[in-house]
Design a binder for this molecule. Structure first.
Ligand code: SF4
Length: 324
């Protein structure tokens, strides 16, 4: 498994700030210089802590070419593989040729939404067609393609499932799902404070992420991350509202089990009955939910008791229920 060493280059290359984004709060205040990157990568590689370096937090392919190449060269010299994140409107044949020259293997595209109105209101500065075009170019060139998607941006009233369907059709190698977090010192924070933006709650964010996760799973597309990585800065107050929770991924995955439990029960009343749920090996605590949230929900629906057992014949999010 790749051990990724993230190198944050906050807002480098970004033509402007998207309404939800403040990488200096989310990731790191400043970029390291190329020489420092080279030293960090060598040290991490020697310690067995890095097989891949990831440039995150900016629009890498829009960084002025000389500086971009200095960053790439610093890692290329170490022999460690490279991944980077960028914007869909900053990919063309010249960019692809440069990335190939430095043996970049993986490109993460911030798609965020496939609804042009949502993209406009988020001040993304690109369209859904830019995402389609960039994804096609990157796939044709043989890069590993990861797409990043958000749920709950201004104007996104349930269009996240459409976004998931459209992104799945681009056949990425993986996706990241980010329900919106309102981060201080962003335009979205100002909008939220003025009452012009209704933030998702953590629970709504997990529900939205579960909607998207179901779409990606149905297409066999790995979901490699759900929710922002927890940091001291975010936990310490930079996340002012929205779907910020260190266990958002677990909350989302437990919702999938819960949905499948309800489907398996086919609206049978739970009232006064004991419910036995069989789930795949190693998934009992995920099915129970964070702080047993899903068990409490089933009890609130009338179940007199809930037992969750492992069943080696099941996989994924499959469940089998029995009422006693
Ligand atoms: S979301 Fe991406 S493109 Fe927008 S400001 Fe943040 S790093 Fe830059």
């Amino acid at each position: 498994m790749a051990r990724i060493l993230p190198i944050f280059v906050p807002h480098e290359g970004c033509p402007h700030d998207c309404v939800f984004c403040n990488q200096r709060r989310i990731a790191a205040p400043v970029s390291p210089e190329p020489e420092e990157i080279r030293e960090r990568v060598c040290a991490a590689y020697r310690a067995g802590l890095a097989t891949e370096v990831a440039f995150y937090g900016g629009s890498f392919t829009a960084i002025p070419v000389e500086r971009q190449e200095a960053f790439l060269q610093a890692v290329y010299d170490t022999g460690v593989s490279i991944r980077l994140s960028t914007r869909p409107d900053c990919i063309d044949e010249y960019v692809i040729a440069r990335l190939k020259r430095y043996h970049v293997e993986t490109v993460e595209l911030g798609a965020q939404s496939m609804d042009d109105e949502v993209l406009r209101r988020a001040r993304r500065g690109h369209t859904a067609d830019d995402v389609r075009r960039a994804a096609r170019l990157l796939r044709e060139a043989g890069f590993t393609l990861i797409l990043q998607a958000m749920a709950g941006l201004p104007g996104d009233e349930g269009t996240w499932q459409y976004t998931a369907q459209e992104l799945a059709a681009l056949r990425p190698d993986g996706v990241r799902i980010y329900p919106v977090v309102v981060v201080r010192d962003t335009a979205l924070y100002e909008m939220w404070q003025r009452g012009e933006y209704h933030a998702l709650t953590v629970s709504e964010g997990a529900d939205a992420a579960a909607d998207m996760l179901e779409v990606f799973l149905a297409h066999g597309i790995p979901v490699i991350r759900i929710g922002l990585n927890p940091t001291e800065e975010l936990t310490g107050g930079a996340a002012a509202a929205g779907a910020y929770h260190p266990a958002l991924g677990e909350m989302t995955r437990s919702r999938l089990f819960f949905r499948n439990i309800l489907r398996d029960l086919k609206e049978t009343s739970l009232s006064g009955k004991r419910l036995i749920i069989r789930v795949p090996k190693g998934r009992v605590s995920q099915a129970a939910g964070v702080s047993k949230e899903m068990i409490h929900r089933l009890e609130a629906m009338g179940a007199a008791g809930v037992r969750i057992l492992e069943d080696e014949s099941l996989d994924g999010y499959a469940v089998r229920t029995l009422l006693e």
